[in-house]
Design a protein around this ligand. Sequence first.
Ligand SMILES: *Cc1c(COP(=O)(O)O)cnc(C)c1O
Length: 219
Amino acid sequence: MIETNLKQIRVRIDAAASAAQRDPADVTLVAVAKTYGPDAVEAALAAGQRVFGENRVQEAQGKYPPLKARHPDLDLHLIGPLQTNKVKEAVALFDAIHTLDRPKLAAALASEIARTGKRPALFVQVNTGAEPQKAGIMPDSADAFIAACREVYGLTIAGLMCIPPVADPPAPHFAFLAEMAKRNGLAHLSMGMSGDYETAIALGATHIRVGSAIFGARG
Ligand SMILES: *Cc1c(COP(=O)(O)O)cnc(C)c1O
């Protein structure tokens, strides 16, 4: 079932990329395995999937060390909020962090990267809907924050990430994020989930974060 789902999603990624005159190889499928056990991840690995997403540091710490030992090319992305007191663990475990959204976190990441020499790919999360309860830098502060990440903290920023408000059509949020990335010279866009990844690909997504369409509805 996981293998079949992955195959179908790859077909749809190829079609969406082709329709947008994009190379499907420029779209990375991040398989979001949160709440699913190592068996589900193993099934996806057996089907050729190598990039995985988790939203909690602690859950990932319990799950991935043995999987990474068996599959050294497993690429693990943090897509959930990161507390500064978990930065050490996150930099040790994750190959990419999609949720950089405040100066304090930028400072903590910069010092841990300098200390360890480990350099996870960093995405700045933008709260494109300006929702008060949601993580992400507010849109009107984002350009200045990206500049500070680079100039004040010396971080290399790979791209931008957003999670549109559930009640909104996602396309305007994706287009807004793409425009912001372009203006800031950022090549990567983490946007699109199970319900809207084709729309995200049409608008330039380079990383789509897909969970339930691969692993099934979370309980
Ligand atoms: C859970 C999650 C996803 C995947 O959501 P699905 O709807 O299951 O595809 C994507 N991004 C983030 C940040 C998530 O927490």
